[in-house]
Design a protein around this ligand. Structure first.
Ligand code: ITT
Length: 199
């Protein structure tokens, strides 16, 4: 059985592969398939983008397809950067550009008001239909980056439960508590059902 991951972000792929490792399927990923078109993320919600990425590549390839759309929602900024997390500092922004822009936007926000959450929506498209689940991880935006593991906004996302930023966690630690880990463990139930019907 083959499953397609509709993402070009290899950092996300590493985490997803680890959660789905025991599924006994061949996981293909859009990052390794240069002939597939880039799907424009022009919806104004994470749900909309996840569904669009999964359905578009499912329709093009005929493969059961999973997509992940993730945003960092900062309370003091009214949920920003949210659905615009990858291009917060402008088109082509690097992870570090986005981190610096967020720290700057938060420079006058006191510790008591620095709550944020990562939210991942996973869409699973198969047989012309699509199913979605979501995972949330709550934390606090730090005043400076800490740690060099993982990716994106992880160096400034502190998780009180573990007393570390996500960039100070191993991949396994992050997956245990993260938005993506939770969402993919949830969608695994749908995948298991689908696989048992299709084998
Ligand atoms: P695809 O659409 O190809 O999957 P993307 O990088 O555009 O890749 P998203 O829109 O889901 O993926 O993610 C938006 C940005 O949010 C991403 O580029 C990172 O900067 C950040 N991000 C996503 N997941 C994260 C995580 O687990 N930890 C830290 N930052 C994350």
């Amino acid at each position: 059985m083959k499953l397609l991951l509709a993402t070009r972000n290899r950092d996300k792929v590493r985490e997803i592969r680890s959660v789905l490792a025991d599924l006994n399927v061949e996981l293909l990923c859009a990052a390794d398939m240069p002939d597939l078109p880039e799907v424009e993320e022009d919806a104004d919600t994470l749900e909309g983008n996840a569904i669009k990425k999964a359905l578009t590549l499912h329709q093009l390839t005929g493969l059961p397809t999973l997509a992940d759309d993730t945003g960092l929602e900062v309370e003091a900024l009214g949920g920003v950067p949210g659905v615009y997390s990858s291009r917060y500092a402008g088109p082509g922004a690097t992870y570090d550009d986005n981190v610096q822009k967020l720290l700057q936007a938060m420079r006058d926000v006191p510790t008591s008001r620095r709550q944020a959450q990562f939210r991942t929506v996973v869409a699973f498209a198969h047989d012309g239909n699509v199913e979605t689940v979501e995972g949330v991880c709550r934390g606090v935006i730090t005043t400076e980056p800490r740690g060099s593991n993982n990716f994106g906004y992880d160096p400034i996302f502190f998780v009180p439960e573990l007393g570390k930023t996500m960039a100070e966690m191993t991949l396994a630690e992050k997956n245990r508590i993260s938005h993506r880990g939770k969402a993919f463990r949830e969608i695994k139930k749908n995948l298991t059902n689908y696989l048992s019907r299709s084998r």
